[in-house]
Design a binder for this molecule. Sequence first.
Ligand SMILES: Cc1cc2nc3c(=O)[nH]c(=O)nc-3n(C[C@H](O)[C@H](O)[C@H](O)COP(=O)(O)OP(=O)(O)OC[C@H]3O[C@@H](n4cnc5c(N)ncnc54)[C@H](O)[C@@H]3O)c2cc1C
Length: 442
Amino acid sequence: MKIAIIGGGISGLTLAWYLQKAGVAYDLFEADAQPGGNLRTWAAPGGYMLETGPNSLQLSPELADLLADLGLTDQIEDAAAVSQHRYVLRDGRYQALPGSPPALLASGFFSLKTKWQLLREVLRPAAAPDATETVAQFFRRRFGPEIVDYAVNPFISGIYAGDPEQLLIHKTFRQLPALEQAHGSVLRGLLKTSKGTARRRIVTLAGGVQRLADTLAERLSNYQQGTAVSALSRAADGSYQLELRGARGLEAAPGYSHLALALPAYAAAPLLEPLFPAAAAALAAIHYPPMSVVYSAYDRAAVAHPLNGFGALHPKVENAFAAGAIWTSSIFPQRVPAGQVLFTSFVGGTQYEAAAQQPEAAQLAAVHAELAQHYGIVGAPRWQGRYYWPRSIPQFDAAIVGAHAAAETLAAEGILAVANWRAGVSVPDCIRFARDTAETLR
Ligand SMILES: Cc1cc2nc3c(=O)[nH]c(=O)nc-3n(C[C@H](O)[C@H](O)[C@H](O)COP(=O)(O)OP(=O)(O)OC[C@H]3O[C@@H](n4cnc5c(N)ncnc54)[C@H](O)[C@@H]3O)c2cc1C
């Protein structure tokens, strides 16, 4: 058995790491000149250490194990305690989003009607399972429209760059309909199952999240960067042959019993097309909306808002320009020079596609204007910068169903999908899925 891993993002790197530990032969090919894919730390001019992709990670057991394995546990940096507070734009101003159902009942964030609907969720009968139900339909049915508009909508655009009217509940939060089915009510299910489960730590690494990718790549014996897989073919014995495009021109790498697709679905589709056209079409249908990440730094004294939280999200009904901003200097103060604050704004995702594609200068100006309005900022930014993702995060909407079915078909041919469009989009999801896949290949 020999496995070719195509793509050296966190999924491919983790898969390679656990295969190497288990003594399974592999080669990992990464097109880019650096490992990590979406994990990309940017030392920007002016002394700012920024993330263009994931800014912070939930410390899942699998991530903690991987960091321990790599000797990185002492490099973990926790988010500041203040970042447990989250804000949402409501009626033109930022209001603290209650962090739990009891806090929600006590706060004035939601109307009395919505609080009453929330309480009555425990009595509402479970509906028959529906594989086509969207996240918005599910929450509207169980908790009412205000919860969708002011909690679910900003959360989905903040985490998934998505639209709750399109994402499927059983592909995005499969545990919630499962709780409804098992306990008759989501809240009753949560109360029964979440007793004693502590909130996960939100962390980064000293030097940024790219350190994780760099360390993995350093420890892998068969990692090749700057080498794109440009075509696939299959020999009479069923083994796979790769055409590689790198510094040495075109090369062939034959004799793989398995392939691991650890690359975006839109990059995997053209490789699969000649051998598996139907699967290729299903993968090509996954939507990756564009996303501009805009950084704005100010002198602390120029910003009136206390910035006592993780950040603030914008529900679509508030008609803002950006989907929201995280308060980088509040979460990880060491990333920004003393005496300054830095906002990382997200302009894009499915609900903000037109704004994501505007020219850079227009985006920077619009973000500054919006920040100035909501945070009471006087004067111009000290510095602004932008990173553009033409195709950011795969959407788990109706198209993902066909892609996941295609992944099953491919698995029967020895081709394993091990990337965020299969695993789930968070870095811990990718790590867990890659580690589980390595287990099946031992
Ligand atoms: C703006 C943004 C913010 C995010 N924020 C968070 C966050 O805060 N927390 C969190 O947990 N997650 C976050 N995510 C999600 C998370 O970063 C990704 O889901 C995850 O990193 C994807 O990893 P991957 O290895 O599956 O794919 P990728 O990172 O896409 O890696 C795929 C790799 O394949 C390579 N490749 C492509 N084509 C070829 C080819 N033909 N041959 C060889 N190699 C090829 C690419 O160069 C790339 O390195 C964010 C993502 C984005 C875009």
